[in-house]
Design a protein around this ligand. Structure first.
Ligand SMILES: *Cc1c(COP(=O)(O)O)cnc(C)c1O
Length: 378
């Protein structure tokens, strides 16, 4: 058997060990310390971009924790409704259930595969007509492609509903220079092992208001009131990032721009070498959109071969490829949740595949992937 080719594997830059060693040398082996503060500053500085957006960051144990605390900051309570993009990873929607609220799922559009502004408008109108105004909107930038934030933001403002942006897959992506993670009232980033940069496991809450980031830090460290004894006036969580993980994150932030370029180079390579192969389509960037191309994704539109034919052929050669996210409204656990759509995400799920996309893929590995794709589709 040939060696395994992963969809997306961790790729260290070199300085990670320096920051981790510093943590050991100074005994900051705890969920606080200089690396945690440093990583928060590094992320805020990066997200400023050339737009100069000021954001405030709280480093957490996971992207899922960031979404959960984001919902709490937006005052989502039992019985509330929260609008969520249907085509996404379950971690976008699960925290809605943690709060005892109901997710209302919205379909994708064809240009970015993310939340359809048209369906969003329809959903909000209908939920209001049925008696409940949604408390928040969760758009997702899947695979690094920014959602249609101009249109989504206009609708959110019209109805005065805050946006909680799931930017877990899109660090480094932007629209006309404005970074994903700076559009919403609050945004979530993820540094899980398979993301564009990693802290092994971790995430961050990004907030427009300093007070929200401060409150996230407070809630993520068990909500301890100021007192010499343990005093609590809020329900707290143990969601803070460890100073060891944050050390890895600081090293990774130094190479983030390079990682984006490497992932984009993968996408460009795939599109070039497959430009003459019929039956496979790539997702293009709309004008002004810049995707970090976390994963290169394709639609299989072939007269006789399906997405599964291609995936299974790759698997047989020890190459990991995965169908696109299965929409939440099609998941057994969310089968009773309201859904507004026209079948777009389901079609994408049926025909879509994620190809190996790591920034550390070798030319030899990419050639192995290409060989299999050509074998199946020709
Ligand atoms: C990875 C991911 C998350 C969750 O992040 P974790 O750090 O793994 O908790 C949430 N949403 C999306 C879209 C993701 O891809």
């Amino acid at each position: 058997m040939q060696s395994k080719i992963w969809l997306s594997s961790p790729h260290m830059g070199g300085s990670e060990r320096k920051y981790v060693n510093e943590a050991f040398d100074t005994n900051w082996v705890a969920p606080l310390g200089p690396n945690v503060n440093g990583l928060e500053q590094d992320i805020a500085e990066f997200l400023k971009g050339n737009h100069g957006d000021i954001v405030h960051v709280a480093a957490l144990s996971a992207g899922t924790a960031a979404i959960h605390l984001g919902l709490i900051l937006l005052d989502v309570k039992p019985g509330d409704e929260v609008i969520c993009q249907s085509m996404t990873f379950s971690a976008s929607a699960n925290p809605i259930a943690y709060q005892g609220a109901t997710p209302v799922f919205v379909d994708s559009e064809k240009d970015t595969w993310n939340m359809s502004p048209e369906m969003l408008d329809l959903a909000i109108k209908d939920r209001i007509a049925k008696g409940k105004k949604p408390k928040a909107i969760i758009p997702v930038h899947l695979y690094g492609m920014p959602a249609k934030m101009k249109e989504i933001t206009a609708i959110a403002q019209q109805y005065e509903i805050p946006i909680l942006e799931d930017a877990a897959e899109s660090l480094g992506s932007h629209i006309h220079g404005k970074f994903c993670g700076t559009f919403g009232e609050i945004a979530a980033l993820s540094f899980n092992g398979n993301k564009i940069i990693t802290t092994s496991g971790g995430g961050a809450l990004v907030a427009k208001n300093a007070a929200d980031a401060e409150k996230a830090r407070f809630l993520s460290t068990q909500a301890r009131d100021t007192a010499s004894h343990y005093q609590h006036s809020h329900i707290g969580y143990n969601y803070r990032m460890s100073n060891i993980c944050a050390g890895i994150g600081r090293g990774q932030m130094e190479v983030l721009t390079e990682r984006v370029q490497q992932r984009r180079a993968n996408y460009n390579w795939y599109t070039n070498v497959l430009s003459d192969t019929a039956g496979i389509e790539f997702l293009k960037e709309p004008e002004g959109y810049y995707s970090n191309r976390w994963l290169t994704t394709v639609l299989v539109k072939h007269p006789s071969k399906t997405r599964e034919d291609l995936r299974i052929a790759l698997e047989a050669e020890n190459i990991e490829a995965r169908p696109l996210w299965k929409p939440m409204h099609r998941q057994p656990i969310f089968k009773d949740a309201p859904f507004y759509g026209d079948g777009t995400s389901e079609k994408l799920f049926n025909n879509g595949l994620c190809l190996p996309s790591g920034s550390n893929l070798t030319q030899e590995e990419k050639s192995r992937v290409l060989e299999q794709i050509k074998k199946v589709l020709q």
